[in-house]
Design a protein around this ligand. Sequence first.
Ligand code: ADP
Length: 349
Amino acid sequence: MIRNPKPIHIALMVSSILAIVVSLVMYLILDSNLIKVIVIFTLTSGLSFFLFFYTIEFFIYRKIKLIYKTIHSLKTQKYDAVLENFAWDKDPIFEMSKEVINWARDKKIEIEQLKKVADFRKEFLGNVSHELKTPIFSIQGYLHTLLDGAMDDIEVNKKFLIKAAKSTDRLSDLVADLLEISNLESGELRMNIDKFDITSLTKDVYEQFEVKAKQKGIDLLIKEGCNKPFFVLADKYRIRTVLVNLIGNSLKYGKLNGITSAAYYIMGDNILIEIADTGEGISQEFLPRIFERFYRVDKSRTRNDDTGGTGLGLAIVKHIIEAHHQTINVRSTLQQGTTFSFTLKASAV
Ligand code: ADP
């Protein structure tokens, strides 16, 4: 039995069967002589062969070839190239089944990817609404309480206004971070690569956090032996954002009277920058997730009290470092501290 019969095989088989049946009928039922039977056999088989062959070839086979060609060109979108390279000598039914299976598989992968993107969008939208809800509801609550009479109560009116103002600050931080992350994720981000000294940029950021650090008694240090210029090639404005987030977190999650220190190491063409703290640390099970958007180790604490960040800081940091084609890592020990380390391209002095 032929595995992939072509029109010629099918026509040959069907016409032979037909000729045998007709010949047998003539010989056995109509009692015709042998010469007549041979002539009828030859004529029947010859004529029916051409009839079947052309019917299959022109009306069925060519149309299938056309469908196959269309599927193939739709799949690749390179119509002209497909027409030129089309393997007309191959068995089109077999080839078409192969193409259809491949096509269906590709479409399935595409659909799965689109579903993932849709799920991601839904989750992101849910997270954003949830994050916006907390400060908006609290502002709404304070303002309505003031309007309902608390405004005349000298004891609470200022307190409520301060709380409402704090929530508007949170709202504005959140919107700023959301804008930043959407810029970074849109892929249209333009990097302004410049040569600058990362040590003096760290000192700049330390100055910005001086008051906050004093409040917690945290010393902001540059590690011994590292207090000298280290020139890097990077987007200074965005690397400042990275340092603001990492140093800000080291204070937010740092213990009273602790230390935040920065260190720099030359590693071939790159410089490794480390920001370490002596804070509460992060448990190993949470470490792989801290760069995700809105991920917080202690969800209730950070969202509702004064330390409340947006949960987007480290996601922004990771995006910025990856936009520089560099990497960021974290290591941490509970109750001992956390160290974030990232690389930047070194610049010749
Ligand atoms: P947040 O705005 O909540 O600080 P981040 O994206 O900056 O968001 O950080 C994500 C989570 O990682 C934080 O909620 C915190 O639980 C944890 N984290 C980040 N930096 C530190 C750190 N230096 N020490 C301990 N935990 C940290």
